[in-house]
Design a protein around this ligand. Structure first.
Ligand code: UDP
Length: 254
């Protein structure tokens, strides 16, 4: 049906930013409308470079910024920016399926068609790819038909995390943000990402605010037998360049 897909992308200035945002824009341009792309920058204002990229993208978008910076020893990784987007969605009662799509990952078109069909909360396995390692690691649900029955885990995380889902491995109905009847934890003031949790717990502590257990989750697609997106760890600071060739800012190069 014509359900709105709301894609939330935190982004910040670094050498590969233009590459990442253009690549994601081209994917979203090919998705069947209606789709709204909420791009949230870090800092005191939006940047003209990102504004131009969005104007030219042909995608329906909202361009926000978030000046809250909480990084002394905690790597922020978009937490406050995603919360800026959640606040915007809640304030304006934007009715759709919310998906957190980081700028550096790779997404299939099929993923967005599947997301549109989610009723409350949907999840799927994500392939994690790391630079220099010729293998992919799955993170996400093990499914039986449309039911979630278990998780792909590793030794390190197994006992500690409630849900083993990547930030790019779930999507949920925006009405969960404001409809108390649909919410599991009615006592929460607002459903937000927490800046107080250790690395690796960001997803589970957020998802625990949305659903009580696996029985409330939808397997995407039924059987969870496809890879619909890839989570990359290819930070450009590790690429070797000849001395003097390195650009740390996101400049236009002619
Ligand atoms: N991000 C950001 N500010 C930061 C760090 C990250 O806006 O200081 C964004 C980044 O652009 C990406 C998302 O947050 O969209 C996740 O960042 P990253 O890929 O570094 O995290 P990882 O995937 O390694 O957990």
């Amino acid at each position: 049906d014509g359900k709105l897909v709301i894609v939330v992308t935190p982004t910040y200035n670094r050498a590969a930013q233009g590459y990442y945002l253009n690549r994601l824009a081209h994917t979203l341009r090919l998705v069947e409308p209606p789709l709204l792309w909420i791009v949230v920058e870090m800092g005191e204002a939006v940047t003209p470079e990102t504004a131009l990229m969005l104007r030219k993208s042909g995608v329906m978008y909202r361009h926000l910024f978030c000046s809250k910076n909480n990084s002394t020893n905690f790597k922020d990784r978009g937490v406050h920016q995603r919360n800026t987007a959640l606040e915007h969605i809640e304030t304006h009662r934007l009715d759709g399926i919310i998906y957190f799509a980081d700028d550096d990952n790779v997404y299939s078109l099929e993923l967005f068609d599947r997301i549109r069909q989610i009723r409350k909360f949907g999840t799927w396995p994500v392939a994690m790819l790391a630079q220099g390692k010729n293998k992919a690691i799955l993170e996400g649900p093990v499914c039986d038909g449309d039911r979630v029955i278990g998780w792909h885990t590793n030794e390190k995380s197994k006992r500690l995390r409630r849900f083993h889902i990547d930030m790019s491995g779930f999507a949920f109905n925006s009405t969960l943000l404001w409809d108390p009847k649909r919410r599991y934890h009615v006592s929460w003031n607002a459903i937000r990402q927490l800046d107080t949790v250790p690395e690796g717990f960001q997803e589970t502590t957020f998802i625990e605010q949305l659903v009580e257990d696996e029985s409330e989750m939808e397997a995407v697609p039924p059987g969870c037998n496809r890879i619909l997106n890839w989570h990359l760890h290819l930070e450009s600071k590790n690429l070797p360049y000849p001395k003097g060739w390195e650009l740390s800012e996101n400049l236009d190069v002619n």
